[in-house]
Ligand binder design. Sequence first.
Ligand code: SAM
Length: 286
Amino acid sequence: MPDPQPDEGSFPPLRDIIDRYELRARKSLGQNFLLDLNLTRRIARAAGDISDCTVIEIGPGPGGLTRALLDEGAKQIIAVERDKRCLEALKELRSAFPDRLALIEGDALKVTPQSLVGETEPLRIIANLPYNVATELLFMWLVDARRYLSLTLMFQKEVAMRIVAAPGSKTYGRLSVMTQWLCETKLHFDIPARAFTPAPKVTSSLVGLTPRPHPLAPADRKALTAVTVAAFGQRRKMLRGSLKSLGCNTGMLIEKAGIEGTRRAEELSVEEFCRLARVYAELGKT
Ligand code: SAM
């Protein structure tokens, strides 16, 4: 028997859920809840077709985005939440959709999406992320980026701008290089602070990541990490200075990679960073 399909109106308003389960927001858990169902629906729609895949939702909180994902036809949602109070508050929703909604109590930094589904199940990650661990989560998922059809993630705007930044811009950095190396990136839209309860201090932005079938250019992850950490660690310096911290022959590294030592990190394309990483790996320093 398929699940019955209650609509939004069948559930108490999110504010009532918050009151009933005393979900006073905890800063330590990055809790800023989205209660506007038009906005949660926009997020769910930005993620593309969710009718034929499993959606991993990180931090469902009181369930605003979860409801929208169900409404938009998600085949299955596995929601990972750390806060027991929220899990309690979500039980009613789970009872209404026993075949489509699973709740997992745990820390998303420790629960890998791969451990939750079979190897061949198509997967999308969709989340209004807790900002205190958002970039850490992103780096974790990027390790196996090709496993996902897409990642649709809400970040604070400043982080979102770094993810999608092009070379030459002030926000271009290590996060841009490591993400764009593996994914196409898109800034969907901003959400003002006042749309959240409680309102954070900053504007938020929804980012769409579509993993590439192959990385933009060949490179060893550790080597690429090392060169980007060194180059952006001292981003105002010329590369011939900033790359010294790698502890190899910087002159040879730059020359073999065919890159001018007078350039600065923020001017290099992702492909050029990959070239540096390949030479660095060849020099036996990874
Ligand atoms: N999805 C809800 C919404 O849009 O209203 C809540 C989003 S709120 C920004 C972040 C959520 O992530 C909270 O529910 C919080 O309890 C949860 N959370 C925080 N750290 C977590 C972690 N390490 N693992 C899983 N969930 C976490």
